[in-house]
Design a protein around this ligand. Structure first.
Ligand SMILES: [Fe+2]
Length: 419
């Protein structure tokens, strides 16, 4: 090949690389613009009166409570009034909220909201509080929250797979869980909270459906691929929700976080972000805990319910860490079906939960896929939306009672583990 020909080849190669790069870079921008054009009126526009009241924990669950809500832009300030139920209204305090402006031009009938976030600090552990939120635009009704207890009392929590599609149904399922298990301490959702994460109108539907539950029990969400909605950052999720910032710095705040509740450790991971970086951080969380029970919550399952949905990198990257520190349950989503594995260790079935981790996939919305009969599926259910109630008993023998429920209250799966 002469020099001229070689030069022409090089020019061609570099041009192609530039074209592909430009197209790739552009496609993100184009997608975002295409997805955001067109009117997407919200069914639930904001008003001066507070709504979408939602509890999260952005700091210590024993001594703080984060409260968030929205109002229309006619309001300029907001506050939380609260008091411990036992002490009565004379002990009432107020905390001023921080106001942020939340814009989504596609929501043509309500493009800009004011979102309020207040972190109540200096609370007493294991204590029931009454609270309400508001300001010049009016006040909410009184609601309640309970701080995490000191010591290791019995408790329970609810885990749900993807809400994503069919948020009306999901809201009914959520309320059925709340009615059946009024003492469940919090609700963890394993990602794909909505279908298009950067569309605020979908979050409006989610918060509307959750009214009466998320204003009484904290929402503990994980990030799914739909919460990113093919963007580089799950910006709407980050803007809407105040979550702990104790995760690995290199993946950005609020993507992954951990907290203790009674005798259990909960680690929430972002399976869209670096497996390796979170693996190092996860190992630190598991290494430095005395918790008897360990739960990890993330979206893309390590053991999928269909062969073509395999996530080998997660199974290998995080599975080995679960094995090394004995994670009890991995609570996952993404596959739109129900699957529970037997206890797994090093990719293989083992005899008892004491030897391995049980991995669960579930779905709480109405987007349902078939489930394949795979060797790692000890219990599989196709086209079934469920929530899971996990009861941790500490009186006598330490026991975990796991049950999957349909909206009608039928128990479709159960696991009991004693330690
Ligand atoms: Fe997903």
């Amino acid at each position: 090949m002469n020099h001229k020909k070689l030069f022409r080849h090089l020019v061609y190669l570099v041009s192609m690389l530039l074209v592909v790069g430009a197209l790739y870079g552009l496609s993100d921008v184009l997608y975002a613009q295409m997805a955001d054009t067109g009117a997407r009126p919200t069914a639930f526009p904001s008003s001066p009166r507070p709504d979408q009241i939602c509890l999260t924990w952005s700091a210590d669950p024993q001594r703080t409570q984060t409260v968030q809500w929205r109002s229309s832009t006619e309001t300029t300030a907001g506050e939380v009034a609260f008091y411990p139920v036992e002490e009565g209204q004379e002990a009432q305090q107020q905390v001023q909220a921080i106001r942020t402006v939340l814009k989504d031009a596609g929501v043509v009938n309500d493009p800009t909201n004011h979102r309020y976030t207040a972190v109540l600090e200096g609370l007493s552990p294991g204590t029931r509080y009454n609270y309400c939120v508001g300001g010049e635009g009016g006040w909410s009704d009184w609601s309640e929250f309970v701080t995490a207890p000191e010591g290791t009392p019995s408790f329970s929590f609810v885990y749900m797979g993807d809400p994503q599609v069919g948020l009306d149904f999901w809201g009914e399922l959520l309320h059925s869980a709340f009615e059946r298990h009024p003492d469940a301490a919090f609700y963890t959702v394993a990602g794909d909270n909505v279908n298009r994460g950067h569309h605020r109108n979908e979050w409006d539907e989610l918060f509307q459906a959750a009214a009466g539950v998320f204003d009484r029990r904290p929402y503990v969400p994980a990030l799914g691929n739909h919460d990113y909605s093919r963007q580089r950052k799950p910006q709407m999720y980050l803007d809407l929700l105040a979550l702990p910032e104790d995760g690995p710095v290199r993946i950005g705040p609020e993507h992954a976080y951990a907290f203790h509740y009674s005798n259990a450790l909960f680690v929430v991971l972002d399976s869209n972000a670096s497996i390796r970086i979170q693996g190092l951080w996860l190992e630190e969380q598991l290494k430095n805990t005395d918790a008897l029970w360990k739960f990890v919550i993330f979206h893309h399952p390590a053991y999928s319910s269909k062969a073509n949905r395999d996530n080998k990198a997660i199974r290998e990257g995080w599975g080995a860490i679960f094995d090394a520190y004995h994670v009890d349950l991995a609570l996952q989503g993404h596959d739109h079906g129900y699957l529970r594995t037997p206890p797994m260790y090093d990719g293989k079935k083992v005899d008892s939960p004491a030897e391995g981790t049980i991995y669960i996939v579930s779905v709480s919305g109405t987007k349902l896929y078939d489930v394949a009969d795979l060797p790692h599926g000890e219990k599989i259910l196709g086209k079934t939306s469920t929530y899971q109630h996990i009861d941790i008993r500490t009186e006598g023998e330490n026991t975990l009672i796991y049950r999957a429920y349909t909206i009608e209250g039928e128990v479709v799966d159960e696991v009991i583990i004693t330690k």
